[in-house]
Design a protein around this ligand. Structure first.
Ligand SMILES: Cc1cc2nc3c(=O)[nH]c(=O)nc-3n(C[C@H](O)[C@H](O)[C@H](O)COP(=O)(O)O)c2cc1C
Ligand code: SF4
Ligand code: SF4
Length: 260
């Protein structure tokens, strides 16, 4: 009996959820970010008992990087597995499940169940990270939702019903060519040139200059990994993020392996 969980995670919420489900089900996890970076895009899922997608919500729909992965990936045909999605979000998932269903359908994969999982909101351009106490409450409530999802997944129950498609199936990848002066990302004087932002960027769009100072160029997934994971909080996005608290899911913050 084998089963697989695909996940994408910039700040660890979806990674944590995927790993907790995997612990309970003995399923194996595959990082979408690493698969894209390694160009490992062919998957024989014909014998999988279950297939899971644990992904964040971007602009009430599927992150562009996840859509890109699904569109590029070659899955084996005749997929008859039980397929579920766990959609992490800061507030609500909008029409993400329907959009994901539509993307998967193109690959001959159905969607049996989907679970909305409210977790700390990492989109600090528009919001602030809550107090420690509030974070603890959100994470405790998320654990309860994950437990309920695990029971449903193990019992292979369905709860997904198709509804009206959103206008945008996925959040477009944003072109932030710094050479054209459109990038709002920059590193402050606090940058120590450690190179972590470049190493972690799932889109490989951060370059270090001869003084090890990063610049942003190319197609960005807007995942905010570089911004939240910089050890000295040097990465800013315009003036929107100055002085704001950063966030990494506390259950996975000490581990850099398997991120995305
Ligand atoms: C570009 C972007 C857009 C987002 N849009 C939404 C949204 O529409 N609704 C919502 O509830 N949360 C939204 N969020 C918050 C994330 O979905 C949420 O924090 C998620 O758990 C992050 O997952 P991760 O830690 O695995 O990266 C957004 C985050 C980012 C970076
Ligand atoms: S992670 Fe932060 S400190 Fe390290 S190179 Fe990038 S901006 Fe500089
Ligand atoms: S530049 Fe930053 S926000 Fe954009 S894809 Fe890379 S890590 Fe994510």
């Amino acid at each position: 009996m084998i089963a697989i969980i695909f996940y994408f995670s910039a700040t660890g919420n979806s990674q944590y959820a995927a790993e907790r489900i995997a612990q309970a089900t003995n399923d194996r996890v595959i990082s979408i970010g690493l698969a894209l970076k390694d160009k490992h895009l062919t998957f024989d899922v014909s014998t999988e008992e279950r297939i899971g997608f644990v992904i964040p919500t971007y602009a009430w729909t599927v992150p562009g990087i996840v859509a890109d992965f699904i569109q590029q990936a070659v899955f084996s045909s005749n997929v008859s597995s039980y397929v579920y999605a766990v959609l992490t979000c800061g507030e609500n998932t909008g029409k993400e499940a329907v959009a994901l269903h539509s993307l998967l359908k193109e690959k001959g994969i159905g969607l049996n169940a989907s679970f909305d999982l409210v977790m700390p909101d990492n989109f600090i351009l528009w919001t602030d990270i809550p107090s420690e106490d509030r974070l603890d409450e959100i994470l405790a409530s998320a654990d309860e939702t994950i437990d309920q999802a695990i029971s449903t997944i193990i019992d292979k129950q369905g709860n997904f019903s198709d509804s009206q498609l959103p206008e945008d199936l996925f959040m477009p990848l944003i072109s932030i060519s710094s050479s054209e002066g459109t990038s709002k990302f920059f590193a402050t004087e606090a940058c120590n040139g450690c190179g972590l932002c470049q190493e972690l960027c799932p889109m490989s769009c951060i370059e270090l200059n001869s003084e090890n100072r990063p610049s942003w160029e190319g197609l960005c997934a807007m995942c905010l990994s570089c911004l939240h994971r910089c050890p000295v909080q040097a990465v800013q996005y315009g003036s929107e993020t100055i002085g704001k608290t950063r966030y990494i899911n506390p259950h996975v913050e000490d581990r850099l392996e398997n991120i995305y």
